[in-house]
Design a protein around this ligand. Structure first.
Ligand code: ATP
Ligand code: MG
Length: 346
């Protein structure tokens, strides 16, 4: 089985020609946590971009900084102890870093929306679906209650929630896990965001529902030109949905490129190890199979952060942090690998 054939869709013409201006551009983002143990560099000099209509998957082991990256984009890093200490997050050219709280609240839920692994963290158990959808819509749009209700019904229908009028009256606990996930997606999509951040949106769901939700997201994204940052542990999901992939480890980007490049020609030993450790078809689970432990982000050693777990190290791997660099013989724009041995055959 090749992982890449699953999606069956070509990138949009704008993406193929490289003409689409980025919707999101994360430039040299660093987000640190100031803790009793020291400064935890959870995200360190991370850059990537998302074009309209593009799905960019962010993958990496637990603790690699995926969620802190998404919280940074959403302006939701808990402060204290966390803070964006450097870089820019450009949404349609406008830097979100340092925006006043009120301006960020206006953008959140409107131009950028987020869906989480566990719907219960974003659905309020004491309000009905209607209350929550209408409230979100009216916070961002000048709509009457009735108009907001109509859009809520339409959006529930769009995400294939059966019998929307009945679900509108339901409380979250009255819905199955799959329906709660769809309601959360409907709330996220109700204001037609330009960018959707989906942090492990399907890991809590069974395989069938998981496939349906991903199918739904890619349909909506294709129809509306919405950009998606899809955070996942699961390379099956990457193969099904992603246009491009950002591989993170210890708060840094280790490898990036098109889905084809990263899945079929992975260059970093870490990416190769992640791909080897992916759950078999039909199984679900976290990527825990790479031997060794990740570095202490509060006390990083010099050199490549993966060096202590890498089977291919040479002395130079310990000398300094390798740069994220292009690969000779791989002409794909944006293809980068942070490994001094990236051009050695493995
Ligand atoms: N509030 C916090 N205070 C201190 N450190 C934090 C805080 N939140 C996150 N971190 C640290 O930031 C690092 C990155 O965490 P993050 O949640 O982004 O990982 P992740 O890649 O999303 O992992 P997972 O796959 O388990 O969701 C971890 O080392 C984590 O301990
Ligand atoms: Mg996470």
């Amino acid at each position: 089985m090749t992982l890449v054939e699953d999606r069956g869709t070509a990138p949009s013409p704008a993406l193929r020609s490289g003409s689409a201006a980025p919707l999101l551009e994360v430039r040299n983002l660093s987000t640190h946590f100031f803790t009793d143990r020291g400064v935890v560099k959870a995200v360190d000099d991370v850059s990537f971009s998302v074009a309209p209509g593009e799905v960019v998957a962010v993958v990496g082991e637990s603790g690699s900084g995926k969620s802190v990256t998404s919280m940074s984009i959403m302006g939701l890093v808990p402060n204290p102890p966390g803070r964006i200490v450097g870089g820019q997050i450009l949404l349609q050219g406008r830097d979100l870093v340092g925006l006043p709280r009120k301006a960020m609240q206006d953008i959140r839920g409107d131009r950028i929306a987020m869906i989480f692994q566990d719907p219960m963290t974003s659905l309020d158990p004491v309000f009905t679906v209607e209350d929550q959808m209408v409230e979100t819509l009216r916070r961002h749009r000048d709509l009457s209650r009735g108009e907001a209700r109509d859009i809520a019904l339409e959006t529930l229908d769009k995400v294939h929630v059966p019998d929307p009028p009945r679900r509108l009256k339901a409380y979250p606990f009255e819905l199955s896990g799959g329906l709660r996930q769809r309601v959360m997606i409907a709330i996220a999509l109700s204001c037609q965001p330009a960018l959707l951040i989906a942090d492990e949106p399907t890991t809590a769901l069974d395989v069938t529902v998981q496939a349906q939700i991903l199918q739904l997201l890619t349909e909506l994204q294709r129809d509306n030109g919405m950009g998606i940052v899809l955070i996942t542990h699961d390379f099956g999901v990457v193969a099904q949905c992603a246009d491009r992939v950002v591989v993170m480890y210890a708060g840094r980007v280790m490898e990036t490129g098109s889905r084809e490049a990263v899945l079929q020609r992975p260059r970093h030993p870490y990416t190769q190890a992640l791909l080897r450790s992916r759950p078999r078809l039909g199984e679900r689970g976290r990527l825990t199979a790479i031997p060794g432990i990740p570095p202490d982000l509060a006390n990083p050693l010099p050199g490549c952060p993966f060096a202590n777990r890498c089977a291919e190290t040479v002395d130079a791997c310990w000398a300094g942090l390798p740069a994220l660099q292009s690969v000779a013989g791989d002409a794909e724009p944006g293809r980068r690998v942070r490994c001094i041995r990236r051009e050695s055959p493995t």
